[in-house]
Design a protein around this ligand. Structure first.
Ligand SMILES: Nc1ncnc2c1ncn2[C@@H]1O[C@H](COP(=O)(O)OP(=O)(O)OP(=O)(O)O)[C@@H](O)[C@H]1O
Length: 652
């Protein structure tokens, strides 16, 4: 059987089955479960931790090593003034509403989205256009069932669609207005909801025993990069552009986290801050990504209430001004190739541009890499041009210059007229007004200064400051032509920031990888690419007999030496069950050791998706599987090297 003949869509995607698998195989589980858990906090088990570690390892290679980024590990606990200056204390908030009777809290934009989506689904059903809901969806939406299958007027359908397309652009007052206008209530109780109120998402803390030094758990890693900017610049020999990178935990006190790993209160982020000259946002490696084609949903389409995407090469998108600059385009293309490498389905990946209200006030352009999953389209990576905002505000607040000083070669030589004062005489003549007059003349533009010069040539000039006129003579003031040489340019760099939420990528990847075998819906498979699969090779002795141990240990040691992570499963259950268990863990290859192996030193190699088995010598199989795991060859090539196994021992 070849991989192309595997039918992965024989059964519709079943979220409940996937969740059961993830829990059973301990990819992740609610934290503090035996204390009844806390919403939005999860622990990763062995499979989830290994999967995340492999995604992170690839992220390091793909971004940090590829672009020689400077890696950081900065603190999570942050004193309050940092976030007061960055604007997080005032603005890092979402809008919440309260159930007017029970006091339950809901995030306002999510409430509007959920209710309108359910109504639109009901309308589709009433028109006979709806796909049959999956069993678990039916259970989940029990409370909304009475709203399902209600036909809506055509213009209301359009209005709902426009609201949903623009949802991220609405603030609290508009969300409140929408709840009133469309009678949006708490779906769990059918009660009305309050006016939206802002809720700051940062966890507060205090540093030290006095309780008098307030602090916050960081909600992003970015500020750690900005505060270390001068050291990083120094490390990079004073040169820009360069990028810093950091992988670490962030905390957000989300209003009502109900979407598993997609919205949690503690999560791992991987962030890049690329510092660039504001006058030149070209990228030296843009040529390498120019032809990468991306699916784009731009802000104009959303503002008009649409969701139509276009496929554009990054080169074309930057040339046409759809993407603001080359550096932003470079990172969008690199994000795209990274996500594909780790196993995200390109057909379910798009870049959505932020609308004007949605974008942070300082940002100049921002695109989210959104990945489609069973809850809809979810932002998994944000990619923003943050301009010079962060460095400017921190520098202003602390007095520490966060700037680049660049030598100008050759220096720029300019000539200009400047006022030259006889300060003693000026003070004697005008007393305290002398200084005001001096500042005024120094701030004059050149044409005005030239007028003063002309009058002085005739003996005296009159200068008016704040309604008061002063007469000045050539003894007090002369206007002279001077030469200036500028050999240093000082500027605050702009920042392009790709910001990854690893949990969201991990979960959507699990959804994209999951399917059930055609012949048996209870046999779930995770088709994780070998690059990120927690275990690459499963070594399966046909039984737990002692005689298999030497060969099993030898194969295991050889794979270890080749850098291939393997596990031995010599449990007493049947080989078929052992493989089924490892299909659920996403293990791409299996080596079976049987009696013939001990005698002839031949083993079989099994491929997870096709369950296809080939046979070869121990050495050849190890060499082949190593190349498969490293991505040097694919299964079709492996099949050319190793003949099909047609032995009696059926392993599936
Ligand atoms: N509560 C969360 N749980 C899991 N991942 C998150 C959460 N909040 C943000 N992220 C991840 O961090 C990345 C960068 O954060 P960013 O501030 O851009 O998100 P955001 O716009 O606040 O997300 P959202 O609008 O979904 O709340 C996101 O793309 C996402 O992958």
């Amino acid at each position: 059987m070849s991989s192309s003949s595997v039918n992965k869509t024989a059964h519709p995607f079943d979220k409940a089955r996937l969740e059961a698998l993830l829990s059973h195989r301990f990819f992740y589980a609610p934290a503090f479960e035996i204390y009844n858990g806390v919403a939005g906090l999860y622990d990763y088990g062995p499979a989830g931790s290994a999967l995340q570690a492999n995604i992170i390892a690839e992220w390091r290679k793909h971004f940090i090593i590829e672009d020689s980024m400077l890696e950081l590990d900065t603190t999570i606990m942050t004193p309050a003034p940092v976030f007061e200056t960055s604007g997080h204390v005032a603005r890092f908030a979402d809008w919440m509403v309260k159930d007017t009777k029970t006091g339950d809290v809901l995030r306002a934009d999510h409430l509007v989205k959920n209710v309108l989506e359910v109504r639109l689904a009901g309308d589709k059903e009433a028109r006979g256009e709806a796909a049959k809901p999956a069993e678990d969806d039916k259970k989940k939406k029990k409370k909304n069932v009475k709203k399902v299958a209600v036909r809506l007027a055509d213009d209301l359908v359009k209005e709902y669609e426009v609201i949903l397309a623009r949802l991220d652009n609405y603030g609290g007052p508009e969300l409140g207005e929408l709840c009133r206008k469309h009678d949006i209530r708490n779906p769990d109780t059918d009660n009305e909801v309050s006016e939206p109120q802002e809720f700051n998402l940062m966890f507060t803390s205090s540093i030290g025993p006095t309780g008098k030094v307030p602090g916050y758990l960081r909600p992003e890693t970015a500020q750690g990069h900005f505060l270390n900017f001068s050291r990083l610049l120094d490390f990079n020999n004073g040169r820009v552009p360069f990028a810093s990178a950091q992988i670490g935990r962030s905390f957000r006190n989300e209003i009502s986290p109900r979407a598993g790993l997609l919205r949690v209160r503690e999560f791992t982020m991987a962030e890049i801050e690329h510092f660039v000259d504001p006058l030149n946002k070209n990228h030296s490696k843009f040529g390498e990504v120019r032809d990468t084609v991306l699916t784009l949903l731009d802000r104009d389409v959303q503002a008009a209430g649409g969701t139509q995407v276009v496929q554009l090469s990054v080169g074309e998108a930057v040339d046409k001004g759809v993407i603001a600059n080359e550096t932003l385009g470079y990172f969008m293309a690199r994000i795209y190739t990274f996500l594909l490498k780790v196993g995200i389905n390109p057909e379910r990946l798009r870049f959505r541009q932020h609308m004007s209200n949605e974008m942070a006030h300082y940002a100049t352009d921002c695109w989210d890499a959104e990945i489609q999953n069973s809850t809809g389209w979810t932002e998994c990576v944000g990619c923003a041009d943050r301009a010079a905002y962060d460095l400017t505000v921190h520098s202003k607040k602390t007095g520490h210059p966060l700037v680049v000083k660049e030598a100008i070669e050759p220096p720029i030589v300019t000539e200009k007229d400047v006022p030259v004062f006889n300060k003693k005489l000026l003070g004697g003549t005008f007393k305290r007004d002398g200084q005001t007059l001096q500042h005024h003349l120094e701030s004059l533009a050149e044409p005005e200064l030239l007028k003063v010069k002309e009058e002085l040539a005739k003996g005296k000039a009159s200068v008016t400051v704040d309604g008061k006129t002063f007469e000045v003579t050539p003894e007090l003031l002369t206007i002279e032509r001077r030469t200036f040489k500028q050999s240093v340019r000082e500027y605050t760099p702009n920042v392009i920031e790709p910001s990854f939420g690893l949990g969201r990528i991990l979960y959507t990847l699990l959804e994209h990888s999951f399917w059930c075998r055609e012949q048996d819906v209870d046999r779930g498979v995770l088709s994780l690419p070998p690059l990120v699969a927690p275990t690459k090779v499963l070594i399966v002795p046909i039984s737990a007999k002692k005689e298999f141990e030497p060969l099993t240990n030898e194969i295991s040691a050889k794979l270890r030496r080749a850098g291939v992570f393997s596990r031995v499963d010599d449990s007493s259950v049947s080989i078929g069950k052992r493989y089924a268990r490892n299909d659920e863990l996403g293990t791409p290859y299996g080596i079976t050791v049987d009696f013939a192996s001990v005698k002839n030193r031949t083993v079989t190699l099994r491929e997870r998706d096709t369950t296809d088995q080939r046979i070869g010598s121990v050495e050849k199989v190890i060499e082949t599987v190593t190349e498969l795991v490293e991505g040097g060859i694919d299964w079709a090539e492996a099949c050319q090297r190793l003949p099909a196994y047609d032995g009696v021992q059926a392993v599936d």
